[in-house]
Design a protein around this ligand. Structure first.
Ligand SMILES: [Zn+2]
Length: 86
């Protein structure tokens, strides 16, 4: 598994957020086939804002192993952009 390093420039936000993308990746990999919108992902990470989560999932889209696409969220059932592990 190889990671794009483009997210690294966002670290100025602070140490608490620096591993948010990795934590989201771990969460999604633990839910095979699960499709999660930014709002539902944020519920898993109370220390993050919806802007933080949106930025990280946008960044994850196109990385090996993740897609962010319009679909039905597994958790809330709404049609919106969702992120999934492949
Ligand atoms: Zn949702």
């Amino acid at each position: 598994m190889r990671y794009c390093r483009v997210g690294e420039r966002k670290l100025a936000k602070g140490a608490a957020m620096k591993d948010l993308q990795a934590r989201i990746a771990t969460f999604l990999r633990g839910k095979p086939g699960g499709l999660y919108c930014d709002d539902c992902i944020r519920e898993e990470f109370p220390d993050a804002t919806i802007e933080d989560v949106g930025r990280e999932t946008e960044s994850m889209h196109g990385q090996i192993g993740f897609l962010k696409i319009p679909d039905i969220c597994t958790r809330c059932g709404q049609q919106k952009p969702v992120t999934r592990a492949m």
